[in-house]
Design a protein around this ligand. Sequence first.
Ligand code: PLP
Length: 406
Amino acid sequence: MREYEKSHKLDHVCYDIRGPIMDEAQKMIRGGEDILKLNIGNPAYFGFRCPDHIVDHMARCLPDTEGYSDSKGKVSAREAIVKYCAEKGIPNVDIDDVYTGNGVSELITLSMQGLLNDGDEVLLPSPDYPLWTASVTLAGGKAVHYVCDEESSWFPDIEDIRKKVTEKTKGIVVINPNNPTGALYPREVLEQIVEIAREHELILFADEIYDRLVLDGKEHIALASLAPDLMTVSLNGISKSHLAAGYRCGWMCLAGNKTHCKGYIEGLNLLSAMRLCSNVPAQSIIAPALESRADTEALLQPGGRIYEQRNCVHKLLNDIPGLSAVKPEAAFYIFPKMDVKKFNIVDDELFALDLLKQAKILITHGAGFHWGKPDHFRVVYLPDESMLTTACERMGRFFSRYHQSA
Ligand code: PLP
């Protein structure tokens, strides 16, 4: 039989922790071990529920959502998204500029497929949400990572972005709020990124799926709102804000000045039409979801689960000798640093495997997010406080004796 192998294009792409860590975790789970999973950004897994009225709304719409919709999505959904864009100051978005998708994931891939020719470059954050690197690579492009700086609250290093722009650069991706760091970028930082895009006529890509999960009363600033003279592709969805990851419901809006992007937009329209349309029942809940955000907001206030779990995990991780973590301001991720000298860590995948085998905790190591040093890992703090406390106690015991040996 002919052998089919992984495309060589994917050689430099990390994707989460599939591979040896996941294989080991599955083996342990099958053997009856109790693994604490701090690796999945799926709220439903940790007892969060999409608000009942949204589920009921989708159920009521099911009989009317059996057919394909317009390839970009139902008018009612796209009108609600246009209204949301206006509220966020995202300029020049009308109904034809909105594409619904089976989650933001589908649209990330589509936006890169439509943009890139072989060898084109896209600037992406490191650490990144790895689907971006995978999508750039699969589309034939080259992912060029700019550093986000832990010393500056994980904000993008502007000089590093500037240094990495070349003749081949097509766009800059900004993930704000950020997965895996939980950082929320201030206006000044975003303005400087916009300025670089302006100087080099680059397209901005704003992955803002966590924009409704901001803590401490802070404000999220939409990147497109600062760049009316440039084209921004803004991506968003309800997987996280409405705890509805399984419904596969996201959207992408083309904002700002599109005059120089006609060919790209034609390509996007074609790719959108090729997949016929996104899941239509999921589109039916976009309008009610964007109208009702009180349930999510309650989770972010003192007493709310996300707020309290953030405080709990931030304190407990920082109490472990050899670990330090910047306090996240949004989303539900924290990206602690390990003292690699103290623990003799040279391989973070091996560290993740050791943590799994010895402490029965599943995390994602930094390299899974295209982070270049073996000194970080991501914790998802969706589990409740009691599980987070147990996990941090186990981690504390693990680190008190850990000395990596190859
Ligand atoms: N973008 C970021 C930054 C994410 O963290 C995720 C999911 O974790 C996605 C996009 C994809 O979300 P979905 O496809 O569920 O809309």
